[in-house]
Design a protein around this ligand. Structure first.
Ligand SMILES: *Cc1c(COP(=O)(O)O)cnc(C)c1O
Length: 370
């Protein structure tokens, strides 16, 4: 740590979440905490009923639709309770009181967390589970037998803990697709119009914790139960324009700044996807050329461009890796507490240069401990 400046350390943040944010966004947030230039008040003390905040919400809705290439018939909501609250809100609206089961995929830690919450509300069919293979891979198309009359299909596009990512859209077009994109939202282009609902909390890829973006197609809620708690009812949230109660003003503003950065500085999702793919390629190449010294967790076709998870030959080597990495200024490299090992999370805000430095460290560590 002695040789690493605070700024450099901030740029070497490989945390699984909350993740690293772009430097320019951090600077604007710093200024906004003192005073938002257009308003002359600290962002921490601006009313959520102000004209300024109404404009923030409107611009952010439009930026998200624009980046995803979605028409105005998709509602864009900013909710609280994290992705975890969506594990409940989704089946409360789309499953409770129905007779047809919802199709769920169990591909890792987070999709597994969604299951018991859905079962509380109605019948669930697990289409495929990766439990037997230790969540080391995702299903192939021929292993997936989706029901044509399922209430909806739920899956996680990027399993943050295991480092597994779907590189295709799955499911039947006649069944509503609901996807938790918390850890790869706005990281690359995609066919987002094929989803009826997408949700993603901000803190992995697009902002601080405190806000969850929910994008949903108009009409999806037509059969939702009448009596639901207002706060947990998407229809009430839509009516209120995401200001059902006091929203997380700061977090929403931070996400707005990230969407502006994505559009204006990075150049859109295609450019972002290119940068993210380059970062992932560098890291996986470093793992693959290590002759088994580093052991990637994910099967090659399912490797995540956001979370690169691997192990070493022994717990001692891993412990030492983490300690030496910390000394060299890298942070957040410990694997999720449920699986251990190492995980380099390389979200949008983490620069290519940081990955190059990590690869240099990894090659050097391997030479010294081989
Ligand atoms: C981190 C994560 C969650 C949990 O999110 P909370 O906001 O803490 O509730 C859910 N899903 C995915 C894919 C995640 O990566």
């Amino acid at each position: 740590m002695k040789t690493v400046s605070v700024r450099e350390r901030n740029q070497l943040n490989f945390s699984g979440g909350p993740g690293a944010l772009p430097e320019s966004v951090l600077r604007q947030l710093q200024e906004a905490i003192h005073a938002v230039p257009e308003v002359g008040l600290s962002i921490l003390g601006i009313s959520h009923r102000s004209d300024w905040f109404a404009a923030v919400v409107a611009e952010l809705q439009s930026n998200i639709r624009g980046l995803l290439g979605l028409p105005p018939s998709y509602h864009v909501l900013f909710l609280q309770g994290g992705a975890t609250q969506q594990f409940s809100m989704v089946p409360m609206a789309l499953l409770a009181g129905r007779s047809r089961p919802a199709d769920y995929l169990q591909t890792g830690y987070w999709s597994g967390k969604a299951l018991p919450e859905a079962r509380r509300e109605g019948p669930v069919r697990v289409v495929w589970s990766g439990q037997a293979c230790g969540f080391g891979r995702l299903p192939r198309d021929e292993e997936l037998d989706f029901a044509s009359d399922a209430a909806y299909l739920h899956y996680v596009s990027n399993e943050t803990v295991e480092g597994l990512q779907f590189h295709r859209v799955i499911g039947r077009d006649e069944v509503p697709r609901v996807c938790d994109m918390s850890s790869d939202f706005l990281s690359a282009p995609g066919e987002f119009g094929r989803f009826s609902m997408i949700y993603a909390h901000a803190q992995k890829n697009i902002g601080p914790s405190g806000v969850t973006v929910v994008v949903l197609k108009d009409g999806l809620l037509d059969g939702a139960p009448d009596a639901m708690p207002g706060f947990l009812d998407y229809r009430r949230q839509i009516e209120a324009g995401s200001i059902f109660n006091t929203p997380p003003v700061f977090a929403i503003y931070a996400v707005l700044l990230v969407t502006r950065w994505l559009r204006d500085d990075v150049g859109g999702l295609a450019a972002m996807g290119g940068i993210n793919a380059a970062k992932a390629r560098l890291l996986y190449r470093a793992l693959d050329r290590a002759d088994g010294f580093y052991r990637p967790r994910a099967a090659v076709p399912d490797r995540s461009t956001m979370n690169v998870a691997f192990t070493l030959a022994s717990p001692e080597l891993e412990k030492r890796f983490l300690a030496e990495a910390e000394d060299a200024g890298f942070s957040g490299l410990a694997g999720h507490r449920s699986v251990g090992g190492i995980r380099a999370s390389i979200y949008n805000g983490l620069q290519l240069g940081a990955v190059e430095k990590l690869v240099g460290f990894m090659d050097d560590y391997r030479r010294r401990h081989r």
